[in-house]
Design a protein around this ligand. Structure first.
Ligand code: CA
Length: 220
């Protein structure tokens, strides 16, 4: 899944991006408020991590602009330690969660995972769509309660579609969420990835809608 990290401190920003990539996400870094606002307004992100003190446009203004334009992806704000007013203002501006600096990376990753699950309507770390169960904590997939061995990319493909059950999703959008900005080669690679995946999980879990994209159906 594709995440936007907005942080002007280069060390913190790079640590965040690295930790999120290690956790299996595609993370893109923006260091300026106006650029971050534009990216969140025009690109498709599953969630954003947003520092509040930013050059050119502060984080609260970025968040208010996203929300007033109807951008509803989950946002976790990074606040200064002890600044309760920032937390209150952030939540009122539409933040879904906050974390005070300095924070430890495992907590940030756990909170991001929880935000993504809740945004998909799943409260628990394990959730089931038809015969498929996804365990987001272990990054594991089970078919009929049997664990299937998957590569990280194969798991992320299933998790992305699993977070949008019943929705047909284009190869282009899937490729963007697996690789960041996607070109035609990445889009074509989705078909090959799915072929490999179907050899492991069977042909029926992920359905193809010719010319439109792919879906995991929640109908049973
Ligand atoms: Ca800052």
């Amino acid at each position: 899944m594709r995440l936007l990290v907005v942080e002007d401190d280069p060390d913190v920003g790079e640590d965040l991006v690295r930790a999120l990539r290690d956790a299996g996400y595609v993370a893109e870094l923006s260091t300026q408020g106006d650029e971050a606002w534009f990216l969140g307004d025009t690109e498709d992100y599953a969630a954003a991590i947003l520092d509040l003190g930013l050059p050119r446009l502060d984080g609260l203004s970025v968040l208010r602009r996203w929300r007033s334009a109807g951008r509803n992806f989950p946002v976790l704000i990074l606040t200064a330690r002890g600044e309760w007013i920032e937390k209150v203002e952030g939540i009122e501006a539409g933040a879904d969660d906050y974390l005070a600096k300095p924070f430890v990376m495992p907590e940030l990753i756990a909170r991001v995972r929880a935000l993504l699950r809740r945004a998909a309507g799943h409260g628990a770390p394990q959730f089931r769509i038809g015969r498929l169960t996804l365990d987001t904590g272990r990054m594991a997939a089970l078919i009929d309660d049997r664990t299937v061995r998957l590569s990280p990319l194969e798991y992320r493909f299933l998790e992305y579609l699993g977070h949008r059950p019943g929705q047909v999703t284009s190869a282009q959008l899937i490729a963007e969420h697996l690789h960041g900005v996607a070109d035609a080669a990445d889009t074509n690679a989705i078909e090959a990835l799915l072929a490999r995946l179907r050899r492991k999980i069977g042909p029926d879990i992920v359905e193809t809608r010719r010319g439109l994209g792919y879906l995991i159906s929640d109908a049973r």
